[in-house]
Design a protein around this ligand. Sequence first.
Ligand code: HEC
Ligand code: HEC
Length: 166
Amino acid sequence: MTARKLAFFFVFAGGCSDVAGWSGTPDMWPGQDCMACHSAGGLASGRQWTVAGTVFPAPDAPPDAGVANAEVLVTDANGTALTLLTNSAGNFYTAETLQPPIHVEVQYGGKRMRMAEPPPATGPGGTAVSCNACHVLPPPQVPPVANFLPAPGRIFVPIESDGGSE
Ligand code: HEC
Ligand code: HEC
């Protein structure tokens, strides 16, 4: 049992996938709750993002499937508009000061996905909006933030598969 757990951990932590994990680089930990570390009191409190997360091709995609060059469109209550381009891991982040409520949309390849409700101003633990705290697998059974619905999985933009109709 212990051996199986260890084996799983080894694979997850750096075996055969492209997930950067503990790298301290912009492609680190795609799909994970960035603000667990990038917030006051976190391991990376020197770099506190105000919005951060990862874009995937499907709500149930594996962590190494992040979509590069997707545009995350953020508009805050003052009309400040940011376009965050996802990196090779699908990660996006900003430390820009934003006035809640914010509106978020993700755009890629002519498709646009919009979050109907503005996300809460603060995530679990009082951090700034941590998109992956809600958009996580497996989907949380109870909302990670009071009075908000659990997200239906990853943030995603549907990707056209080669060869056509589905
Ligand atoms: C387990 C803790 C942890 C998690 C989770 C985490 N990070 Fe990091 N991150 C760090 C540490 C530690 C560093 C390196 C020290 C620093 O830059 O403050 C770092 C560095 C970075 C850097 C590099 C900053 C630079 O200037 O080089 C970026 C960008 C970044 N993280 C983005 C993210 C994103 C996006 C997520 C979520 C998808 C994330 N991190 C999740 C701990 C974490
Ligand atoms: C409190 C939990 C929560 C947080 C935090 C959250 N979301 Fe969502 N998100 C949801 C729920 C629930 C839905 C589905 C209902 C809806 O659209 O409002 C959703 C839907 C979406 C969608 C449309 C479906 C999809 O996956 O493409 C996008 C895009 C999205 N969110 C992006 C984001 C971004 C970007 C952030 C961070 C700025 C974020 N979300 C933060 C709960 C959350």
